[in-house]
Design a protein. Structure first.
Length: 58
């Protein structure tokens, strides 16, 4: 499994959501995140798992 961390911009592009929405997902624990100083990073595996889940929901 990949332990690569993605930037907020990368996650926005993958999930086709705004930065505000992605930050809300992180705040509400819908997406795991790691804060690195002023930046927020997301484990790639978590993002892909969320994308798969969202596709199944339609």
């Amino acid at each position: 499994m990949s332990d690569k961390l993605l930037t907020l911009d990368e996650v926005c592009k993958i999930l086709d959501k705004s930065p505000t929405t992605i930050k809300r997902y992180a705040r509400e624990n819908l997406l795991s995140s790691v804060e690195e100083g002023d930046d927020i990073r997301f484990p790639e595996a978590e993002v892909m798992r969320y994308l798969d889940f969202a596709k199944r929901l339609g």
